[in-house]
Design a binder for this molecule. Structure first.
Ligand SMILES: NC(=O)c1ccc[n+]([C@@H]2O[C@H](COP(=O)([O-])OP(=O)(O)OC[C@H]3O[C@@H](n4cnc5c(N)ncnc54)[C@H](O)[C@@H]3O)[C@@H](O)[C@H]2O)c1
Length: 375
């Protein structure tokens, strides 16, 4: 399989997501139709810049497009006010105009930050996502959620701002560390669990070969994930309902990320999502919604993928169940003080509910923590 395109039909905010190998080399030809002058403004970070910025520069130059680049530090801590200010002021300094294109070139951190900078600059300039991590290709580059973190929690400051184009070049995934690749896989398997059991079956058969580097399988996994996300975003762009399904595992994940101080050495976002998915399925089983085989199946797949799946896989101390519950209360999905959960009636059948007894969640966390101590 070579290149595929997923169209995101959002009226006047519609755009294409191109998925395939070698897209950096063709970036100029892809972006040219959006430009009124042959220049783009690239926001990226050190690691990605060191590995791939020259290829992007060459790909743009091939069509006579010049670029200026701002290189930020890598890591979640970059999604903060001071780096946002720095980015927006740099864009102003570069005299970026309303009709110019800002390019977000990196993982989800850069995509979220650069997209938010583009959203607030001159009340909104267009931007193109060139996601370089698996997580960013299957999730964060599509759907228009942009933003930064607050000291009070993740992603609490932000805006909806859809990109004009997404170029997901699967060739660049080859330079990710295994750990970063698998963290992205946490979001991939989430799609199967939340809405498509056929995709989860496919991942059970093909996930390992895909992780090992099979390009055709990578394209297919990214395409399937992006198509699922696009379908949900089109139904509910600003998360009034269905879009919350994409947060399967995330209420747990955000609490765990806060509990580990957003320290990527201990827990990456996608790892937290994977653990959060097993907890969500476990909770569903405890509430009698699914049989005990379902959480076991989720856990077994993650185990086959050599991924974190339980609280015991997180190194170091964690706060107790009550403290974790408190951290979950800071989640954006809290409505009128009521925690909302994504639970499941089976693999591929997730639903949103505010109807979960607090005690059931506390008991689940307490048992998971006890297992951690026990080990
Ligand atoms: N906007 C959304 O809808 C949405 C959805 C999911 C997650 N997110 C956000 O995305 C962020 C996580 O994204 P992420 O996992 O991509 O994090 P990231 O941007 O920090 O990238 C992960 C790591 O991979 C490195 N990297 C990226 N591309 C690389 C490449 N091609 N080769 C080698 N190394 C590479 C980065 O330097 C970094 O160390 C979180 O902030 C999360 O909140 C946003």
């Amino acid at each position: 399989m070579t290149e595929v395109t997923v169209h995101v039909p959002l009226d006047d905010r519609a755009y294409d997501v191109r998925i395939g190998p070698g897209l950096l080399a063709r970036a100029g030809a892809e972006i040219a139709p959006f430009l009124t002058r042959p220049r783009v403004f690239v926001i990226t970070e050190d690691r990605v810049a060191g590995l791939h910025l020259d290829s992007l520069r060459a790909g743009l130059a091939a069509t006579g497009i010049g670029m200026e680049a701002l290189v930020l530090p890598p890591g979640e801590a970059t999604k903060c006010w001071s780096q946002l200010t720095r980015t927006v002021e740099w864009l102003v300094d570069q005299k970026v105009e309303r009709k110019d294109i800002v390019v977000a070139f990196g993982g989800g951190v850069i995509g979220d930050l650069a997209g938010f900078a583009a959203a607030v600059l001159r009340r909104g300039v267009r931007f193109v996502q060139i996601p370089t991590s698996l997580l960013a290709q299957v999730d964060s580059s599509v759907g228009g959620k942009t933003g930064i973190n607050s000291v009070h929690g993740k992603n609490l400051i932000g805006a909806f701002h859809q990109p004009s184009l997404v170029l997901a070049d699967v060739s660049v995934l080859g330079t990710l560390t295994t750990r970063d690749f698998l963290a992205g896989y946490g979001e991939v398997q989430k799609y199967g669990l939340l809405g498509d059991s056929a995709f989860f079956d496919w991942l059970e058969r093909n996930g390992a070969a895909m992780a090992a580097g099979d390009e055709a399988l990578r394209i297919e996994a990214v395409r399937w994930s992006v198509q699922m996300k696009a379908d949900i975003v089109v139904r509910d762009e600003t998360e009034q309902g269905d879009r919350a399904l994409l947060n399967l595992g995330h209420t747990f994940c955000h609490a765990l990320e806060a509990a580990t101080g957003y320290d990527g050495d201990r827990l990456l976002h996608g790892e937290g999502v994977a653990i959060g998915c097993t907890l969500a399925f476990e909770l569903s089983a405890r509430l009698g919604l699914v049989s005990q085989e379902e959480p076991s199946r989720v856990r077994e797949h993650l185990s086959n993928m050599k991924m974190k799946r339980d609280l015991s896989d997180i190194a170091g101390e964690l706060p107790d169940a009550d403290a974790l519950l408190l951290l979950m209360g800071q989640d954006k999905k809290v409505v009128d003080g009521q925690l909302r959960f994504i639970l499941a009636r089976g693999v591929g059948q997730a639903f949103v509910t505010a109807n979960v007894p607090r005690d059931a969640v506390r008991d689940l966390l307490a048992d998971a923590l006890a297992q951690k101590t026990f080990r």
